[in-house]
Design a protein around this ligand. Structure first.
Ligand code: ZN
Ligand code: ZN
Length: 253
């Protein structure tokens, strides 16, 4: 499977509007970070993870072909703000969107016109499906195991695909979720900045501890702020086996 980071930035993206720091002013493409999203694909299937406000710019460079499913982690704007922009993909058929119950409710509430009972006849449909943690699912030839993590006090979903796990916006995780991460070799995990703990997000040292607890062989940090520093210099500060992801980075998993 091919995994592509479409966005690796925190909720306001990098550069931050109005910021004149060296990261926000950097000309290195890897210092420009759209809001967090990712695409997982095989020859036959394609799964989009999250659909924030940058999704249009994130999808335009990719081949225009069917997206078999959208997996949402949670309903915050930086993860769902671009849902309406998926409409062109409905030319391949209705679009199926999967999320936990809280997220489904949030999305229905925030985009009422996308999910109305009576859409104009013939209008393409975005179908919302409620999924539950630990109930395995299969989209095309991709096996998916939803797991639950906590974003402050909000239960949100992470997703495991074989030996890879994708978790963003986590602050804590219940002990009994750890069993579902056993055997994960490639971990994608959120990390905001180097210091100053945050109420709803891991910071870098916490993300490193978590990855070591899981026993991941390779860990990619995402949902990054401009405070991590310039991509190259920041990467050099990480221990072996840890890397900052960047927009457009691809992994074979
Ligand atoms: Zn977020
Ligand atoms: Zn900045």
């Amino acid at each position: 499977m091919k995994f592509r980071f479409l966005g690796t930035g925190t909720s306001n993206g990098v550069p931050v509007i109005g910021c004149d720091c060296e990261v926000c002013g950097s000309s290195d493409a890897r210092d420009k970070r759209y809001r967090t999203a990712a695409m997982l694909e095989t020859e036959h299937s394609r799964v989009l993870i999250d659909c924030g406000p940058d999704i249009r710019m994130q999808l335009i460079p990719l081949p225009f072909r069917k997206i078999d499913a959208v997996l949402l982690t949670h309903g915050h704007y930086d993860h769902v703000g671009g849902i309406d922009d998926l409409r062109p993909y409905c030319s391949f058929g209705d679009m199926d969107i999967y999320a936990n119950d809280v997220t489904v409710e949030t999305v229905r509430h925030n985009f009422p016109y996308c999910f109305a009972e009576n859409l104009y006849p013939g209008v393409p449909k975005l179908n919302l499906h409620t999924i539950r943690k630990h109930v395995a699912m299969r989209i095309g030839d991709i096996d998916i195991m939803p797991i639950e993590v906590m974003h402050d006090r909000l239960p949100i979903l992470g997703y495991r695909f074989g030996t890879m796990a994708y978790i963003t916006d986590m602050k804590t995780i219940a002990q009994d979720e750890i069993a579902y991460l056993e055997g994960v070799e490639t971990l994608v995990i959120n990390a905001l900045r180097w210091e100053k703990p945050h109420h709803s997000h891991l910071i870098i040292p916490e993300a490193i501890d978590f990855a070591r607890k899981i026993g991941a062989k390779r860990t990619y940090l995402t949902h990054l702020t401009h405070k991590i520093g310039l991509h190259d210099k920041a990467n050099a500060r990480l221990p072996k086996g840890f890397m900052f992801a960047y927009d457009g980075m691809e992994l074979e998993v």
